[in-house]
Design a protein around this ligand. Structure first.
Ligand SMILES: C[S@@+](CC[C@H](N)C(=O)[O-])C[C@H]1O[C@@H](n2cnc3c(N)ncnc32)[C@H](O)[C@@H]1O
Length: 478
């Protein structure tokens, strides 16, 4: 082998090694590496196992039947057109069904006898434990699924007051209450729950407070799942291309050894190896563009906003090389690396998309909604005021449930600690399910005593934090 042949062979071997290394790195790269560190830190801080995000199953959805509806599970299956209906024994008239079942086609749903309600929401009502004939206040009631659940339990002898500050949401709630024929039990009021007042007090008060809604990690999990599928596909196609590229290299090596060593042939071989490299990479690039475009097309159908910056980021810049002009240039290792880096960068740019689909959050949404410190402080202040007013409106010996659909400790356990300290002698925390976890296997303990969390993955439902208090009777002074 003459020096030129040797040099070409060395380049081929070197490139092959780089390729193998990068292919291995690509393989090892998993979805977690692509998640922004602020997000993974949030999960760690709030005791959410981020490994779950690796393998996200479909989440079930849940339904509840009104108390007086007596139908068999077989009838329910027929009505919902699915064989997969599971009874949830620890919640009254409650069932899990596959996520893709459309309850709008159900006869019972349309007759106002079947509700779609999340398991964790029903668990909040189980914790509140309303009793027949009681007077109950729901201080942040919209859209009203918990309020309807309360009304179904207290019955016509009871009264449920629903308060919300948002008129549009209150109108939605009004239609729901009407649909389920509960208007004789429920009274809705448009008011600020922090200042809402009533002369008489309530047996039980639910403060299902406004929060950052990050318990909807389910939405984020779905987004991640969809993106993971795209990435897997990209990685598989990248692997296919790399395999064919390696096969080409091997063939070229054999050619190098077998063919005569006249200068013209050598030049041809070098050029052809180079072209193969370029083609392989361009094929890879093109596949990336196709994948990104089809992904974008799909998202465009349902996206309300996809800002132009994110759109720009989505485009994979293809490097056009004039093959004729470049035949005597070698594609450098640095260039190969640069291109691979660019591809990886483009992969991670999928997380800069704005809201992609209804009920899915992007990482940007998460950042804006959950991690903004000013927004967070305002929300915590609001939660404390709502809980304080809920406490005032509760009768002595009555119960208060404070819940949020956030995983953030500062909106949950920290608010509870503040409340217990603020009203030390007048309130006592009690376990939301009387310390009987067999009563509620879907939850796990919160960070402080007498609090529970419905972890998205443990409960297979929306995330929820629940705490419960009893308002102490005043000591009669002598
Ligand atoms: C988590 S949602 C409540 C969900 C509801 N409990 C249910 O089960 O359908 C929070 C609600 O609090 C309302 N809200 C926000 N600030 C409020 C305030 N100051 N007073 C009353 N309601 C408020 C929002 O409009 C929103 O409907």
């Amino acid at each position: 082998m003459n020096p030129t042949q040797q040099a070409s062979k060395n380049i081929l071997i070197q490139n092959k090694q780089i390729n193998q290394l990068e292919n291995k790195e690509q393989k090892n790269k998993n979805i977690l590496d692509l998640l922004p560190s602020a997000f993974t830190q949030f999960l760690k801080d709030n005791n959410i196992n981020l490994e779950y995000f690796q393998e996200i199953d479909n989440f079930p959805r849940y339904i509840r039947l009104k108390p007086n509806v007596n139908i068999s599970i077989e009838e329910l299956k027929k009505d919902l057109s699915t064989n997969d209906v599971q009874k949830i024994d620890y919640l009254c008239n409650f069932y899990a069904i596959p996520e893709n079942v459309k309850i709008v086609n159900s006869k019972y749903y349309n007759q106002g006898q079947l509700y779609g309600i999340d398991l964790s929401s029903a668990a909040v009502i189980k914790s509140l434990d309303p009793q027949k004939g009681e007077k109950i206040l729901d201080l942040c009631c919209c859209p009203g699924m918990k309020l309807c659940n309360i009304a179904d339990i207290i019955g016509a002898q009871g009264k449920a007051f629903g308060v919300d500050i948002n008129e549009t949401r209150l109108n939605t709630c009004r239609s729901i209450v009407k649909k389920y024929k509960l208007d004789h039990i429920i009274k809705l009021e448009l008011a600020d729950g922090t200042t809402y007042d009533k002369e008489s007090q309530f047996d039980r008060v639910l403060v299902d407070a406004e929060c950052t809604h990050d318990g909807s990690l389910k939405h984020l999990a779905k987004f991640i799942k969809n993106q993971k599928a795209v990435i897997d596909d990209m990685q598989n196609s990248a692997k296919e291309n790399t395999d064919s590229y390696e096969q080409n290299l091997d063939e070229q090596q054999n050619n190098l050894q077998n063919k005569s060593s006249n200068n013209k042939d050598e030049e041809n071989i070098k050029n052809s190896v180079y072209h193969n490299q370029v083609e392989s990479l361009n094929k890879y690039d093109n596949k990336q563009i196709e994948d990104n475009d089809s992904n974008q097309e799909e998202t465009n159908q349902s996206v309300d906003t996809l800002d132009s910056q994110a759109k720009e980021n989505q485009k994979v810049p293809q490097i056009h090389i004039d093959k004729k002009k470049s035949t005597d240039q070698k594609i450098s290792n640095r260039e190969l690396k640069r291109r691979k880096k660019q591809m990886e960068k483009n992969n991670s740019n999928i997380y800069t998309q704005k809201k992609v689909k209804k009920n899915e959050w992007s990482m940007e949404d998460f950042q804006e909604r959950v991690l903004d410190p000013i927004k967070l402080q305002n929300i915590v202040d609001l939660q404390k005021k709502l809980l304080t007013n809920g406490f005032k409106l509760c009768k002595e010996g009555g119960y208060i449930v404070y819940s949020t659909c956030s995983f953030a400790r500062n909106q949950n356990e920290d608010v509870v600690e503040w409340f217990l300290n603020e009203f030390k002698d007048q309130v006592e925390s009690i376990h939301p399910f009387n310390n009987d976890v067999s009563n509620m296997p879907a939850c796990k303990p919160g960070f402080i005593q007498n609090t529970v969390r419905f972890d998205l993955f443990v409960s297979k439902s929306g995330g929820m934090f629940v705490s419960k208090f009893i308002k102490k009777q005043k000591q009669i002074e002598n």
